[in-house]
Write a protein that binds this ligand. Structure first.
Ligand SMILES: [Cu+2]
Length: 167
């Protein structure tokens, strides 16, 4: 009798724990390499174009440069910055990569740094994931060295604030 009661309680506790934890894990996903952690990559899609955002932490002891990205489902991915010109926000390709100093955290977000996806050749729906490889370099030993690409999955999320683009 006692064992049964404990088992039943355990099942209820497990169920409640699963219900509480699952939504957190499903929306907050992380990807880690030896040199960086990518937190919650998500994207918006406008027709066949899109914009991608995430938080990145440089966990290496060298400055890192995010150089760009590739995906088999996208024709071209560019790294963009947003600048204010006469009170108008303009997007421009970020030349030379995005610098992330050793230990630093940078957030790619709407109206700031972001990845721009041009020519998405597959239909994606809300909540689906797009596989993307992020390309990095480091300044180790004063030479720019290629690092292994970091494989991440961007979650399609159309609910967040609109990303203005004028390409
Ligand atoms: Cu852009």
């Amino acid at each position: 009798m006692f064992t049964l009661t404990v088992e039943k309680n355990m099942k209820i506790i497990l169920l409640i724990t699963t219900l509480l934890i699952f939504p957190l894990y499903s929306s907050a996903h992380k990807f880690e390499a030896k040199y960086a952690i990518i937190d919650h990559p998500w994207m918006k899609i406008f027709d066949t174009n899109g914009a991608g955002y995430f938080k990145i932490k440089n966990i290496s002891s060298y400055d890192l440069y995010l150089m760009g990205a590739v995906s088999k489902d996208v024709k071209k991915i560019e790294l963009h910055k947003v600048t204010m010109e006469d009170d108008i926000a303009k997007m421009r390709p970020l030349e030379g990569g995005l610098e992330i100093k050793a230990g630093e955290i940078i957030e790619l977000k709407p109206m700031s740094f972001h990845l721009m996806f041009f020519g998405i050749n597959k239909d994606y729906e809300e909540g689906q994931m797009m596989g993307v490889e992020l390309i990095f370099k480091s300044m180790e030993n004063h030479f720019l060295e290629n690092l292994e690409n970091l494989n991440v999955k961007f979650k399609v999320d159309m609910r967040k604030s609109t990303h203005q683009h004028d390409h």
